[in-house]
Design a protein around this ligand. Structure first.
Ligand SMILES: O=C(O)CCC(=O)C(=O)O
Length: 244
């Protein structure tokens, strides 16, 4: 964890732009997706505002302001220390956990979503925009799980689950540790680390911005060719990040 890595001014610009994108006051880029929470999609809840409906915004590679976050020198310096100098992005997300909905994210390993290897060449960054606490659904992780194997994933035993969210099977949930963070704190983690997040029981939003990077040397193994479809969207927008 790098405490206070990103300054308040940068976070404020990102947050204001996210809010403007959701409100339709800023133009969304071609590949960007704004995903609504399952409670609103299913009609089980009525949103207090358009912002309350949104679960996440993904694929912001073509949005200049959000992309400038992915290429921020402070992030890249840490990422390069972990996976090497030449990078590509794998996925980009702004997570919006509104008050008043379940919005739990089951414990999972991000490698489940990626069809490139080796896993040690991939790293997640997750930066708190708001204070992230147990009350508002901070990340929780299973320490040391990144030294294990990729677990089988499936649907959790929940009434509803957001699109594309999978739960790792056979996890000892009691071993999880809650990672409380202040705005600007950034967690860097391995794609095999089991992690997820809880409900937002507070009255405010819990937002964060996350980019997954991989070393340019990471490639799709031949035996994963059958998985092409799952990762096509992400890989179609892989960008090379020039060295400073
Ligand atoms: O932000 C969250 O609530 C969970 C994010 C997450 O699990 C992920 O980045 O894979």
């Amino acid at each position: 964890m790098a405490r206070g890595l990103i300054d308040p001014g940068t976070l404020k610009r990102i947050d204001a732009h996210f809010v403007a994108l959701v409100a339709g006051e800023a133009a969304t880029s071609e590949h960007m997706v704004i995903m609504k929470d399952v409670e609103y999609v299913s009609g089980d809840a009525t949103a207090a505002s358009p912002l309350h409906e949104v679960n996440k915004l993904l694929s912001f590679e073509d949005d200049p302001l959000l992309w400038s976050f992915a290429t921020d020198a402070r992030l890249l310096e840490c990422v390069r220390d972990l996976v090497g100098p030449e990078l590509k992005t794998l996925s980009t997300n702004v997570f919006n956990k509104p008050p008043g909905v379940d919005s739990r994210h089951p414990l999972h390993q991000d490698l489940r979503y990626f069809a490139i290897r080796p896993a040690d060449g991939i790293v997640a960054t997750w930066t708190a925009i708001d204070p992230c606490t147990r009350e508002n659904g901070c990340l929780s992780v299973i320490p040391g799980s990144h030294r294990g194997e990729l677990a089988e994933h499936g649907d959790p035993d929940w009434e509803r689950i957001n699109f594309g969210f999978f739960a790792a099977k056979g996890v000892d949930i009691e071993a999880r540790v809650h990672v409380e963070m202040e705005p600007g704190d950034t967690l860097f983690f391995h794609p095999l680390l089991l992690h997820g997040s809880g409900r937002n029981r507070s009255r405010g939003f819990r937002r964060s911005i996350s980019v997954h990077y991989a070393s340019i040397d990471c490639q799709r193994p031949q035996e994963m060719e059958g998985q092409r479809k799952k990762t096509r969207r992400i890989e179609a927008r892989v960008k090379r990040i020039p060295s400073n």
